[in-house]
Every structure is written in C-alpha cells, then in structure tokens.
Design a protein around this ligand. Structure first.
Ligand code: BDR
Ligand code: CA
Length: 314
C-alpha cells in the first residue's frame, strides 16, 4: 500500500534531496510539501521547494507556506551552510516555472485538513524545525488519530550537536515545538545525527549518482558540491552527512536503519544546552518511552536506494 505523506521542510540542500527522493517513489503519495522557516527565511524555503519541483518536472506537487518563526524564539538560520538563498549552487540559479506558485492555503491548515479528510492514516515527515507540526497539533489535537507516524530529522542522542556542542540544528531552532511533538503520544521516529552521520556524501558518491546520467542526478551533484563545503571545514573530512533524505529512505526501506524505543525530552531554555535531545538510551529514568531513536544506518543500502530512485527522475 502506498504511504501517504506530508513532507514538512526548510530547503536546504539535503531537504531538496528528500523532496526528490519522495517525488521519485511510487511507494509514497506525496500529498503536499509544507515549508517552514529554518535553514533560511520562509520566503526562500518556499521558493526553494518550488525550484526543486520545477527542476524535476513535478509542478503538480503542491507547496504550502507555514510558520515564519519558532514558537518562542527568534528564527536562527543556517546561511553559513546553505548559502544566501538556502539552495545556493556554483552554476546558474535554478528557475521556478513562471506559472508555478505556492498554494493560498496556510501549511498548518493544510496539514489539519488533510489529516482529517483522509481515509488512511498519514505519515508526517518533518526535515526542518518542528514548528508547523507543533502548531497543527496545538490548533487541532483531534488530528492525532489520523497520523500513523511522525518521522523527523533532528536531534543527537549519543553524539555531539552540530549547532551547539549539545544541539542539532532543527531541534535547536525550535525546542518548544519539538517537545510538543514528542509529548503528543503519536508514534514517533527520530533520525538524528547518530544515523545521518553514517550516510555520507563525498566525490565518490557523486560519481556513483551521476552514473544515472540524467538531469536530476547531475543536479544532486551540483547541490552536493556546495553543501559539502561547510562540512569539509567543520569535520575536516571529505565526508558530509546527508541528513534529511534519511526520513524518506526509512519510509521506503525501514531495514536500512535500526534503533530503540526510548524516552526523549528536549531542553528548552538553558543558555548552555538549549535544543539538546535528552535521550534515556539506558532506561535509567522511569520516563515513558515516546520515540524510536535510530542509531545505525546501512549507507550502502541507502545510496543504492537513492541512486535507483533518482534513475526514475528526468
Ligand atoms: C539539519 O539542519 C539543516 O541544516 C539540514 O537541512 C538538516 O535538516 C541537520 O542538522
Ligand atoms: Ca532541513
């Protein structure tokens, strides 16, 4: 059975790859792409989603604009990773088809309406700060029963953060939203840095993808050429974690990843550890498990899947 999903994102180079992977997959029905302020401001994340869908010739996909800023904090952005537009590349700027626009309906209302009107339960797939998802759950908690699972990219269970020593970017940006989502009682899977750092892009991977010899796989490399610049400097290796597509890869083939059901709470206010995902991996508290936290990924299987799916794109 096809899985009905809403991809909630802040594109972002790796979000762009997640959009392409979802769009390429027949096993997935991509009901909508909802955008949130994150890597860059909302206007840019929306425009970037439109750019990606134009490039893969899928202007039938609906793009929605959501929350401009986190629930309590000001928006903290990552132009230092993704460039000024959030989807910078070295070559010519990517165009948006002139007649292709974001939908009028707000992302939060779209999420609520879609969940309520669908006969099947929906998978929510956030790859940015969790603001849109949290606001939807707050506005209409009755949608919880219509959600099969939330699979989010964010957090760091047993490794360092990438935005502060203790926090991963998406959770750092809106820790209050993360706690609302984690507290919802909905089945939840966390694709944190623990696994995304096992799925790395380097020149070899770009060559491997380019063997597809199509526009989308070449675009993958163009995106990665820019995206890897920051990471090479930070991590002092040729390997760059490809975070966001892990969410979609998990939906397509859960056997790529493994982990454990544990309790996760997010630190909201501490100046030192804001956005830290406090993961009770060893079960040393009596806090109820609320999230399946992934800690292992099979990168070979992941990139085989990515390559095969990209082969079906223009
Ligand atoms: C996350 O932060 C963003 O920069 C990426 O798009 C990804 O969602 C990784 O920490
Ligand atoms: Ca993202």
């Amino acid at each position: 059975m096809t899985k009905k999903i809403i991809l909630d994102c802040d594109p972002g180079h790796d979000d762009a790859v997640a959009i392409m992977l979802a769009a390429a997959s027949k096993e997935i029905e991509l009901l909508g792409i909802t955008c949130v302020g994150g890597n860059v401001g909302l206007d840019n994340t929306v425009n970037n989603a439109l750019k990606v869908c134009t490039l893969i010739e899928r202007t039938d996909l609906k793009v929605f604009s959501g929350a401009k800023k986190p629930i309590h904090y000001d928006l903290f952005t990552a132009e230092y990773v993704h460039g000024k537009t959030g989807l910078d590349i070295k070559g010519d700027p990517i165009e948006v088809s002139s007649s292709y626009k974001a939908q009028e309906q707000d992302a939060i209302d779209f999420i609520i309406e879609t969940c309520k009107s669908s006969n099947d339960q929906i998978y929510l797939c956030p790859t940015g700060p969790l603001t849109n998802i949290a606001l939807s759950l707050q506005k209409d908690p009755s949608i919880k029963k219509n959600i099969k699972e939330i699979i989010f990219m964010g957090g760091a269970a047993m490794c360092l953060g990438n935005t502060t020593p203790s926090a991963e970017f998406n959770i750092f940006v809106d820790p209050h939203a993360a706690n609302i989502v984690l507290d919802s009682g909905i089945a939840m899977t966390m694709m944190g840095l623990d696994v995304t750092h096992q799925v790395n892009v380097n020149r070899q991977i770009m060559n491997y993808m380019e063997e597809n010899n199509n526009k989308s796989s070449k675009f993958f490399s163009e995106l990665m050429e820019f995206y890897t610049i920051f990471h090479k400097e930070l991590y002092e290796t040729e390997d760059t974690p490809l975070h966001d597509p892990c969410v979609i890869a998990y939906l397509l083939d859960p056997s790529i990843f493994s982990g454990k059901l544990v309790n996760v709470i997010v630190e909201e206010d501490s100046e030192l550890t804001r956005g830290e995902t406090v993961v009770d991996w060893l079960g040393v508290t009596n806090r109820k498990p609320n999230c399946f936290v992934m800690d292992k990924a099979d990168d070979k299987k992941f990139f085989q899947l990515l390559k095969n799916k990209f082969a079906t794109l223009p």
